[in-house]
Every structure is written in C-alpha cells, then in structure tokens.
Design a protein around this ligand. Structure first.
Ligand code: HEC
Length: 112
C-alpha cells in the first residue's frame, strides 16, 4: 500500500511539472517582449506604457475595447497610429502562432 501512495504522488508531481512546462513560455514571452509597455501585471503603468497610453488589462472595461481578432492582429502585425508611426511592433517573426495564442490568453487572464 505504501508503494501505491508513492506512485500516486510521483504521478501528481509529474503532472504538475508538465503543466509548468507548458505554462512557462507565455509568462516568459510576456516578460521578455511585452512587459516593458504593458507592465508585468498587465496594467501598462510602465514609463513607456504611460507615454503610449496603453490599456489596463486588469480592467474589464478596457478588455471590452478589443476583440480576440483585433488582439491577435496587434500581436502578429503590430499597431500604428493614423500618421503611420509604429506604436507597437509585430511579433510574427519572433513568436509562433501557438505562443501568440498563449499570450492572448494571458492578456485576457489579467482581468480579475
Ligand atoms: C513598445 C511598447 C509595446 C510593446 C513592447 C508591446 N505592446 Fe502591445 N500595444 C502597445 C500599444 C501602444 C498598443 C495600442 C495600439 C493602438 O493604438 O491600437 C498595444 C496594443 C496591444 C494589443 C491590442 C489591444 C489593445 O490594448 O489595444 C494587444 C493584445 C497587445 N498590445 C499585446 C501585446 C503583447 C502580447 C506584447 C508582447 C508580445 C506586446 N503587446 C508588446 C504597446 C506595446
């Protein structure tokens, strides 16, 4: 019986490790590519984020201002102002479609 419990615990630890392995990249990518403007906490209260006037992703009203399609397009292609000046660069060359999908989920998850 003792052995069974050990096996079950080992299985649970393995499952947790696998979950972490899948969860890490989005958080890592956010930290490396996005946090400078959107903030580690998604609030956009960084020096650059404030200057650009980015949305607060913890705010439900701000989250309602864009669709998943628009968000994906912004991450893939970037965003420009009316004069054509770049506000956010596109990440299609650096991130895979799966990584972009995971980042979108992360953006949506900042909402409390
Ligand atoms: C240089 C600062 C900067 C960086 C770095 C940056 N963004 Fe943005 N992001 C912006 C700005 C500014 C906008 C608003 C663009 C506009 O005017 O429509 C924006 C818009 C978005 C949007 C569309 C919804 C919205 O808030 O208008 C999403 C989603 C998004 N960014 C996610 C990301 C992700 C994910 C990353 C990292 C891979 C990232 N951003 C990196 C500045 C940045």
């Amino acid at each position: 019986m003792k052995l069974d419990i050990k096996l079950i615990l080992a299985g649970a630890a393995l499952a947790a490790a696998v979950t972490l392995a899948f969860a890490a990249p989005a958080a890592e990518n956010w930290e490396n590519h996005c946090a400078k403007c959107h903030g580690a906490d998604g609030k956009g209260q960084t020096k650059v984020g404030k200057k650009l006037g980015v949305l607060d992703y913890t705010n439900a009203a701000d989250q309602a201002k864009f669709t998943d399609e628009q968000a994906t397009k912004a991450i893939v292609e970037g965003a420009r102002d009316k004069a054509g000046k770049e506000r956010m660069k596109g990440y299609q060359d650096e991130l895979s479609p799966q990584e972009i999908k995971d980042l979108l989920a992360m953006v949506r998850n900042f909402k409390a």
